[in-house]
Design a protein around this ligand. Structure first.
Ligand code: ZN
Ligand code: ZN
Length: 277
């Protein structure tokens, strides 16, 4: 009788251990799942600041303007530079005026290959080579070599990926050329930042919503690549709350957005600081 009970006890013990083993393996799988699906709803949404450091539109007259785009995304964890404008002297001048130390930046994300977004990269790396540059994997070898030669590192992006806490890339979408946009999971909702939006700004917003599994978008900011005027209505249908079109959006579409969005239209251009608290 005692022998029987012992056998049963051992059997129960084995079953419990096996159960724990299966449960643990499921948990590890969840944690190690790659890509954007690891976003946890439970994570606290962070406060972020967006600063325009390069644009052909000007908000602060102290800044220099030129054709191109660059924006800084400050989170409690990282200072990220998204695109570098067309000229590093202008980029560094504006950053200095805004009190941003190049050494505080550890990550640069480049949206696409055009010179008005990549032009400032080399000169910036001369100032601060201690940088990881997230580039579309379609970039030519010459840019990859240049980054290494300057003392930086690069990460090639093709699929959606996490760049920092609360900051993700959409991955390469086809334009032409191939382009990546940033998604910031801010305290107030999704913020989508586009360089030139060659794949189509509406497509980018749809892709970001799909990736992050959200019904609404808090803000879309950046170059919209002179889309058709119907884009304004499509943004409403996509439940985009605020817009900050700049760079290559085109004056006509920009004004249409201003008229439709009223106080939710943000005049974006070099020197503009947006705090999301
Ligand atoms: Zn472009
Ligand atoms: Zn551009």
């Amino acid at each position: 009788m005692i022998k029987m009970n012992l056998k049963i006890l051992i059997l129960i013990g084995i079953l419990i251990l096996a159960g724990i083993g299966i449960w643990l393996s499921v948990q590890t799988e969840k944690i190690t799942q790659p890509g954007i699906s690891i976003v946890s709803e439970k994570e606290e949404k962070q406060e972020i600041t967006l600063i325009s450091v390069y644009d052909n539109y000007q908000v602060d007259p102290e800044m220099k303007t030129s054709w191109g785009f660059a924006t800084i995304i400050k989170t409690p964890r990282d200072v990220i530079l998204f695109d570098t404008g067309g000229n590093s002297e202008i980029l560094l001048f504006n950053m200095k005026k805004l009190g941003i130390d190049p050494a505080s930046i550890k990550k640069i994300v480049i949206s696409h290959i055009h010179g008005d977004h990549t032009g400032g990269l080399e000169g910036f790396l001369d100032k601060n080579p201690n940088i990881t540059v997230f580039i579309p994997s379609s970039f030519p070898q010459s840019i990859k070599d240049m980054i290494i030669q300057k003392g930086g590192r690069f990460v090639e992006i093709s699929a959606p990926e996490k760049i920092s806490d609360f900051v993700y890339t959409t991955g390469e979408l086809y334009g032409p050329p191939k382009e990546q946009s940033l998604i910031v999971d801010s305290k107030k909702g999704l913020v989508i930042i586009t360089g030139c939006a060659h794949p189509g700004v509406v497509n980018i917003v749809e892709r970001a919503k799909e990736l992050m599994k959200r019904d609404k978008v808090y803000l879309v900011l950046g170059g919209f690549h002179h889309p058709p005027l119907s884009c304004v209505k499509e943004f409403r249908e996509l439940e985009v709350e605020k817009v900050a079109p700049s760079h290559c959006t085109g004056d006509l579409v920009r004004e249409a957005f201003r008229e439709e969005y009223k106080e939710d239209f943000i005049e974006y251009g070099v020197g503009k600081i947006i705090e999301i608290r």
